[in-house]
Design a protein around this ligand. Structure first.
Ligand SMILES: NC(=O)c1ccc[n+]([C@@H]2O[C@H](COP(=O)([O-])OP(=O)(O)OC[C@H]3O[C@@H](n4cnc5c(N)ncnc54)[C@H](OP(=O)(O)O)[C@@H]3O)[C@@H](O)[C@H]2O)c1
Length: 252
C-alpha cells in the first residue's frame, strides 16, 4: 500500500494522546486514530465508566488529569510518560465552558477556563513537542470553536480562551514547521454531544441555532474525525498553522 492514498492516512507505529476522549468529539477522534493504526492514550478529567468504555473501544490506555489546575496537567504528563516512551500525535480537545452574561463574570471562572483551554494546551505542547522535533515527525491538533470566529455574547470568556489557543497554534506552527511537526486547529461548529444536550432541549432555541447553520443540520462527532485524521497523518504533512472549520458553514 506504500504510496497509496490509504497509506497516506495510516498511522501504524504512531502513538497519540487525545485529551477529553472519554466522551464526545474526542472519543470519536481517538476511535478514528486507533482504526487508522495508532496506539492511543484516551483521557478524562477523572476515572469514569465512560473513560473505561472509551479505552476498551480503542484498545487504548486510559490516563487522567484535571486540566483546570496546573497540578492536574503535570499529573497527566506524568501518566503519559509512564504509559509510553513518547508521543507522535497530540490532540488537544478537552475544554471547559460556562454560559455567563456580562456582569456575571468572576475571577475564578476566568482563571479556570484560561487554565483548562489555553494554559494546559501550552504546557502539553511544551512537554511533548521536543521529542517530536528530535524524531522530525509530529502532529499537534488543537480543538477550537466556531466561537473564535463568530461572537457569542454568553460565551465571551470561552471564545477568548479559544482565540488565545489559536494564537498558540500559529506561533507553535511557525516554530515547529522546520522540524517536521505541524500544528493546526480543528474548529467545530455545533456538534451533538453531552455538552449541548441541555441547551438544545428547548425546541425554539434549537431551531434558532439550527437556522444559523447554512448546511441546515447539526454536526455529529464523526464529522470532526475525518478532519482530525487528515491533520494527524502524512496526508496533512504540508498543512500547518490553519484553522479548519467543521461547522456546516456556521462560521460564515
Ligand atoms: N460540541 C460542540 O458543539 C462544540 C462546539 C465547538 C467547539 N467544541 C469543542 O470541541 C471539544 C470537545 O467538545 P465535546 O462537545 O465533545 O465535549 P464533551 O462532550 O463535553 O466532552 C468533554 C471531554 O473533555 C473532558 N474534560 C472536561 N473537563 C475537563 C477538565 N477540567 N480536565 C480534563 N478533561 C476535561 C471530559 O472528561 P470527563 O468525561 O472526565 O468529564 C470529556 O472527555 C472542546 O474543546 C469544545 O470546546 C465543541
Amino acid at each position: 500500500m506504500a504510496g497509496s492514498i490509504e497509506a497516506m492516512f495510516r498511522l501504524d507505529g504512531r502513538t497519540a494522546l487525545v485529551t477529553g476522549s472519554s466522551r464526545g468529539i474526542g472519543r470519536e477522534i481517538a476511535r478514528t486514530l486507533s482504526l487508522a493504526g495508532a496506539s492511543v492514550l484516551v483521557h478524562g478529567s477523572r476515572e469514569s465508566e465512560a473513560l473505561r468504555e472509551a479505552a476498551e473501544e480503542c484498545g487504548a490506555v486510559p490516563v487522567i488529569g484535571d486540566l483546570s489546575s496546573p497540578e492536574g496537567v503535570e499529573s497527566l504528563i506524568g501518566a503519559c510518560r509512564a504509559a509510553v516512551p513518547s508521543l507522535d500525535i497530540l490532540v488537544l480537545n478537552a475544554s471547559v465552558q460556562k454560559y455567563v452574561e456580562l456582569g456575571e463574570f468572576d475571577e475564578s471562572e476566568f482563571l479556570r477556563e484560561f487554565q483548562a483551554n489555553t494554559a494546559a494546551s501550552f504546557r502539553l505542547i511544551e512537554a511533548f513537542s521536543p521529542a517530536m522535533r528530535e524524531r522530525r515527525w509530529g502532529r499537534i491538533v488543537t480543538v477550537g470553536s466556531v466561537n473564535q470566529l463568530r461572537p457569542s455574547p454568553r460565551l465571551t470568556l470561552y471564545s477568548a480562551t479559544k482565540s488565545a489557543q489559536m494564537s498558540l497554534t500559529t506561533n507553535f506552527a511557525k516554530t515547529l514547521a522546520p522540524h517536521g511537526v505541524t500544528v493546526n486547529c480543528l474548529v467545530p461548529g455545533v456538534i451533538l454531544t453531552d455538552r449541548n444536550t441541555e441547551a438544545l432541549k428547548d425546541p425554539v432555541y434549537r431551531e434558532k441555532v439550527r437556522s444559523q447553520v447554512p448546511c441546515g443540520f447539526f454536526g455529529e462527532t464523526r464529522d470532526c474525525a475525518g478532519a482530525a485524521l487528515l491533520l494527524a497523518s502524512e496526508a496533512g504533512r504540508y498543512i500547518t498553522g490553519i484553522e479548519l472549520p467543521v461547522t456546516g458553514g456556521m462560521h460564515l
